[in-house]
Ligand binder design. Structure first.
Ligand code: GLC
Ligand code: CA
Length: 592
């Protein structure tokens, strides 16, 4: 390869116009688990504000706060009862104002979660809607009459299963109809077909917060607002189950693009960033339509390819731990990286969020001897991929899954809890089936992202002064925490800091560059080029606990690969093999 040569395909590398969010690094905060400022055992808004200097010190430029709104917390805040007020245990509107200004005074941007596919059943809109069939807000939610089977038994309008292992319909005794909920029964779906409903959503959930100064939104379940006409039955994939997965029907429905364009127009007067959560969208042209700059819908989306690696297909937990190979992960990464090649679209790089187990435990090794190297290696992967980079709280210190010996009672999330109950019901509490379910939950559940952040080695890991924290503090808090890592040059935290500096220094390559994998089929190592108009970077990563041979690609004329950063210390030569979970980044320097 010639030193200055362009890669085989054109270097399109997205639309590089200088939007603040493209080069941004977003740090995601889960309020319940980040920092408790008043000793009630639950995180809160003031706790977040107290840690803004820390967040900034990592190299983040934006924070994303998971739902802070008033809510009965059936789905930990994703069931909002009032868009315009704060969950009282988290604080007040004044605390949110202080958080927003605390961010801005430090040069940080702030985005909040926008959860508008559904509300809480306690939202006044739903309370009115369910009060009678003739209520003016009846049509703001999705109500349908019952059906009856051959035996005359009342059955729901269709066979859809919710995302939480239950029926997607709940019968309302008072008005004798079913309402639809793609998540908990306490999260009724809004009816986006009604223009008045959409207007109310925009005013209450979007404009209210834009006027308060937030810089944009992470848009929850962004592709589910438009349901297919007539709500048809889902194909029967599991004949034994009463309800069937229906995501292919309720995701990316017929009016999605129209709704998102309309929402875009509401935000247009503000300088916002939007990132939509986009599950179940294998169709590339659909994705491009959401994120192409010309389409004016969303700035970027979270595709699920990477975080779905190793999960079951029929249901997430229908799998065994580590049920994936490295080529599968590479393919998943390629799906989101290739979005910006030759298009005007933008993409994201992320491996964790509040819905995912910890990446070290899933994709590398959380064994004591490999934990730190795994954390650094995955940091290198995340920070050298194109698109806006998202880091989830605790990822920067290499937090790992909850310990294997914690009983199922330590899992608090409705998703894992419902799945475990479902298996118990379906198998009459068969111990083998329950053990399999627990193993899958121990590997993949959302709870692993939700136990308290580990700040130091004081009781409760510095998260709270209250010994009764809402979720149990990790047993390894003494070993994996911010304070200890601040003091350690070789820590995962300090590696992230260095990596984010390198990402910024080589932004054209690492944030905007064209990605091209070199060893697609290799099950042990993962290597790729990042290319910009005038330079190239090479990333090589060892995904195993053994040394792996390393053969660097030949640079034919006038250049050489210089090591820019490694996850190991490199005092001596020995460049010909990668140590366990080692990652290196080389920059191609041209000889002049
Ligand atoms: C999204 C959220 C998740 C929530 C669901 C329902 O997937 O990330 O936490 O349970 O939407 O709002
Ligand atoms: Ca608190």
């Amino acid at each position: 390869m010639a030193c200055t040569a362009q890669p085989a395909t054109s270097v399109a590398a997205g639309n590089t116009q200088g939007k603040w969010w493209k080069d941004g690094v977003v740090y995601q905060v889960y309020p319940a688990s980040f920092m408790d400022s008043n000793g009630d055992g639950l995180g809160d808004i003031r706790g977040i504000t107290s840690k803004l200097d820390y967040i900034k010190s990592i190299g983040a430029t934006t924070i994303w706060v998971c739902p802070h709104y008033d809510s009965p917390q059936f789905d930990l805040g994703y069931d909002i009862s009032d868009y315009e007020s704060v969950f009282p245990p988290y604080g007040t509107l004044q605390d949110m104002d202080d958080l927003i200004s605390g961010c801005h005074s430090r040069g940080l941007k702030i985005i909040v979660d926008l959860v508008i596919n559904h509300t809480s059943y306690l939202h006044k809109w739903f309370q009115e809607s369910r009060s009678s069939k003739s209520n003016p807000k009846r049509d703001w939610y999705i109500w349908r009459p019952a059906k009856y089977n051959a035996n005359g038994r009342r059955i729901p309008p269709n066979n859809w299963r919710s995302n939480f292992s239950t029926n997607a319909w709940t019968w309302d005794e008072a008005t004798q109809e079913y309402y639809l909920h793609l998540f908990c029964p306490e999260q009724p779906d809004l009816n986006w077909e009604n223009p008045e409903t959409r207007k109310a959503i925009y005013a209450s959930a979007i404009e209210f917060w834009l006027k308060k100064g937030v810089d944009g939104f992470r848009v929850d379940t962004v592709n589910m607002y438009s349901k297919p006409k007539d709500l048809p039955d889902a194909p029967i994939i599991n004949p034994k189950a009463e309800h069937q997965g229906a995501a292919s029907l309720y995701c990316n429905g017929p009016r999605m693009h129209e709704f998102l364009s309309e929402m875009h127009d509401v935000m247009a007067p503000y300088d916002t960033m939007t990132v939509g959560e986009c599950p179940n969208t294998p169709d590339r042209s659909k994705v491009l339509k959401y994120v192409s700059a010309a389409e004016k819908q969303l700035d970027m989306v979270f595709l699920f390819d990477v975080v779905d690696v190793g999960q079951g297909t029929e249901t997430k937990y229908d799998t065994t731990p580590r049920n994936w190979t490295l080529p599968v992960l590479k393919k998943a990464v390629n799906n989101s990286q290739s979005l910006i090649i030759g298009t005007d679209a933008w993409t994201t790089s992320f491996m964790e969020n509040h819905d995912q187990a910890r990446s070290i435990s899933r994709f590398a090794s959380d064994a004591p001897e490999h934990r730190v190297h795994s954390g650094r290696m995955l940091a290198m992967l995340n920070a050298t991929l194109s698109g806006t980079l998202f880091i989830y709280q605790g990822q920067e210190i290499g937090m790992i899954n909850m310990p294997e010996d914690w009983p199922i009672e330590e899992y608090k999330d409705v998703e894992s809890g419902n799945f475990y109950k479902y298996v118990a019901r379906a198998t009459n509490s068969d111990p083998v089936a329950l053990a399999k379910a627990k193993a899958a939950i121990q590997h993949l559940s959302r709870d692993h992202a939700r136990y308290p952040m580990c700040w130091d080695s004081t009781p409760q890991g510095g998260f709270s002064t209250n010994p009764k924290t809402w979720m149990r503090v990790h047993d390894l808090t003494d070993e994996i925490n911010v304070a200890q890592q601040e003091a350690d040059e070789g820590s995962v935290l300090n590696f992230w800091r260095r990596m984010l500096k390198v990402r910024q220094d080589y932004s054209k390559l690492l944030v905007h560059g064209y990605y091209e994998v070199l060893d697609e089929k290799n099950e042990h190592t993962y290597s790729y080029w990042k290319t910009s108009k005038d330079s190239r970077a090479l990333v090589v990563l060892n995904f195993t606990h053994r040394a792996q041979d390393l053969e660097l690609p030949k640079v034919e004329t006038g250049g050489r690969l210089n090591l820019a950063i490694s996850t190991y210390e490199h005092s001596t030569g020995a460049f010909d093999s990668l140590r366990p979970y080692e990652g290196r980044l080389y920059i191609l320097e041209c000889e002049t």
